[in-house]
Unconditional design. Structure first.
Length: 294
């Protein structure tokens, strides 16, 4: 009887070890400190992640967090399609604000920091840090467009309605299962011919310039860079969403890690280091969203 019990215990340990290996293990604060490394999941995008993790606001932020924790920093490049599965260890399907969990996946990282917009469907998969950056989705077009930019009214709800009205019978590019998904903003109901762009978010501004469609969706951080990089070739028609916020993504089980990050980023704000990062990578963002930074 004793031998049978010990055999069962041994088999259970083997199964648990196998499951741990499959999941890639991540874990909460103490586990990360014990491993001595924090794995930063990031998608090369705008000024948040430059190149393949060679720099950027998100990279510097997480490097500082690693120093704060006393562990080694490791960048793990991923894609918008895979980034959540790489964190939570599950595949999924998303339609609008609905999420359906699918088969298991391998965990590759401990935290997502990549200009990650806070969206309802994402909150069903992960927990966010306190907001770290403002955003919004704009409708942009190439300079040859026949669409005339709206006149801001001072009321974002009215401005969104005026922008959507211009989409009647127009083709518009978006990217599925991101903050640029037209489903989130009910653009088809506005009479738009919605088309999903197969390239990366970094390529959607050039696609708009080349008039692949009448217009495209783009979030503010990327739009500001595009307007500077391709000055005179892109026009902003108007807003498609209210002001949004970005944050850092954590597994729902990583409560202590998320709380420690919130304390850490509050310290950066209070000592002025966070403002230095903002000024380095997005020097004019405060002009658009002064209330957020106040």
């Amino acid at each position: 009887m004793k031998r049978t019990f010990l055999t069962l215990v041994y088999l259970l340990v083997l199964v648990l070890n196998a499951m741990t290996a499959l999941s890639g293990t991540g874990g909460d604060l103490e586990e990360i400190k014990a491993k001595g490394v924090i794995r930063h999941l990031g998608v090369p995008y705008a000024n948040f992640i430059l190149g393949n993790g060679t720099g950027g606001m998100s990279v510097e932020l997480m490097q500082l967090f690693a120093i704060h924790l006393g562990v080694r920093y490791e960048f793990v490049a991923t894609t918008w399609k895979d980034v959540f599965s790489d964190l939570i260890g599950r595949k999924f399907e998303v339609t609008g604000d609905d999420v359906k969990l699918l088969e298991e996946a391998t965990i590759h990282g401990d935290v997502i920091c990549s200009g990650l917009t806070i969206l309802p469907w994402r909150q069903k998969l992960i927990d966010y840090s306190k907001p770290t950056f403002p955003s919004q989705v704009w409708l942009i077009a190439g300079i040859g467009t026949t669409m005339v930019p709206i006149k801001p009214s001072g009321d974002v709800t009215l401005d969104i309605a005026a922008t959507k009205k211009k989409l009647q019978g127009k083709t518009v590019l978006g990217i599925k299962a991101t903050c640029l998904d037209p489903l989130l903003y009910k653009l088809a109901a506005s009479g738009a011919d919605v088309r999903y762009f197969e390239g990366s978010m970094n390529d959607i501004a050039p696609a708009a310039m080349n008039m692949i469609a009448d217009a495209a969706l783009l979030d503010v951080p990327d739009a500001l860079l595009a307007l500077k990089k391709w000055s005179g070739k892109i026009v902003v028609i108007g807003p498609i969403s209210p002001t949004q916020e970005m944050g850092v993504g954590f597994r729902k089980e990583s409560v202590q890690l998320r709380e420690e990050f919130n304390r850490f980023v509050t310290e950066l704000i209070n000592n002025g280091q966070y403002e230095k990062l903002i000024n380095k990578y997005y020097p004019n963002i405060k002009e658009y969203y002064p209330n957020f930074f106040n």
